[in-house]
Design a protein around this ligand. Structure first.
Ligand code: HEC
Ligand code: HEC
Length: 281
């Protein structure tokens, strides 16, 4: 009886203790990589229907575009076929500039244009987590580049945010939407480049995949074409469950299952920021 009371008391106390403990860098990195940054959505091999068990981050999607044909790299700690031989500085340089240790610029399908906004702490956390990824031997095909590839930094992502920026809800939302490269998919190409200036969030990019061809949607605050008439709960269901306002299912490649693991506070911040996107019909 007394033991039972002690066990109960411990069980009741545990969640409080766990909440009070600060997140370690590895935990923070895991959260970022496996939710908002959706690294595995490109870098993990795909089923069907789900991720191939035990092979996380060992190489994934192939992108065959006019200027290049590239495959999302093996980013496990395998020394020969992954990034196990890279230094921390090498990994950070790749994330911030897209330049590999051998000096070669990667294709911008890898969303490096969005990552210079990362706080120094989050950058360290991502590297710390990547170091814990089990090595998987898998050689992905070498990239083929038909032109010298550019490196852009998207407007607003030029400067690293500070930890203090993240305690402001709207700034936190802007940060998460940036590192989640939401607007890369949700802004159309005009004359070969993202039209961030005139069409931010307007949608219309096409994505071929196992689902057929999906077209990103208008996520501006337009009441007719966008999310202006949606409730927060409806937007949340779209992001985390892939459900349109009318309940119909949304297709890939948006990583709904990754966003489903985000904290409510982060999702609320994302929604608050998305609501500030000027209406475009
Ligand atoms: C939209 C798809 C996509 C997402 C999301 C993505 N990557 Fe990539 N990544 C790629 C592709 C494609 C390449 C290879 C590009 C090339 O070969 O030019 C790449 C290359 C890399 C490389 C270079 C590896 C090498 O061997 O050269 C690293 C490291 C990397 N990604 C890490 C990450 C991390 C960490 C994340 C999440 C924070 C991430 N990527 C998110 C598509 C993506
Ligand atoms: C890899 C590309 C990609 C990324 C990254 C992405 N999306 Fe999407 N998103 C899409 C596509 C494509 C659709 C439409 C799918 C369909 O019509 O079946 C969509 C649909 C949506 C919808 C539903 C809109 C509607 O009218 O049904 C919302 C809301 C949305 N995205 C918000 C976001 C937010 C916020 C982020 C970042 C956290 C994000 N998306 C990241 C490609 C992307």
């Amino acid at each position: 009886m007394r033991n039972a009371v002690i066990v109960m008391a411990v069980a009741l106390l545990l969640p409080a203790v766990m909440q009070a403990r600060a997140e370690t860098p590895v935990e923070r990195g895991s959260y970022l990589v496996n939710t908002i940054m959706t690294c595995g959505n490109c870098h993990s091999p795909k089923g069907p229907p789900a991720v191939v068990a035990g092979k996380d981050f060992s190489g994934g999607l192939t992108f065959d575009e006019p200027p290049f044909k590239v495959t999302a790299s093996n980013i496990t700690q395998d020394k020969e076929t992954g990034i196990g031989g890279w230094s921390d500085a090498d990994i950070k340089k790749l994330l911030l500039t897209g330049v590999r240790p051998d000096g070669v610029q990667v294709a911008e399908v890898m969303p490096t244009a969005f990552y210079p906004i990362l706080t120094p702490g989050d950058l360290d956390a991502i590297v710390a987590y990547l170091r814990t990824v089990k090595p998987v031997r898998n050689k992905v095909p070498d990239p083929v580049y038909k032109i010298a590839l550019p490196h852009h930094i998207v407007p607003g992502a030029e400067k690293a945010f500070t930890q203090a920026d993240l305690s402001d809800k709207l700034k936190r939302g802007r940060y998460l939407v940036t590192i989640g490269h939401c607007l890369e998919c949700h802004t159309p190409f005009v004359n070969g480049a993202h039209d961030f200036k005139n069409s931010l969030g307007k949608g219309g990019r096409e994505f071929p995949g196992p689902w057929g061809v999906s077209k990103s949607r208008n996520i501006t605050s337009s009441k007719t074409a966008g999310l202006g008439n949606w409730t927060d709960a409806e937007i949340k269901a779209a992001i985390t469950q892939g459900k349109h306002k009318d309940g119909s299912p949304l297709k890939g490649p948006m990583g709904y299952q990754y966003y489903a693991k985000m904290t409510d506070a982060d999702l609320d911040a994302v929604i608050a920021f998305v609501r500030t996107l000027p209406a475009i019909d």
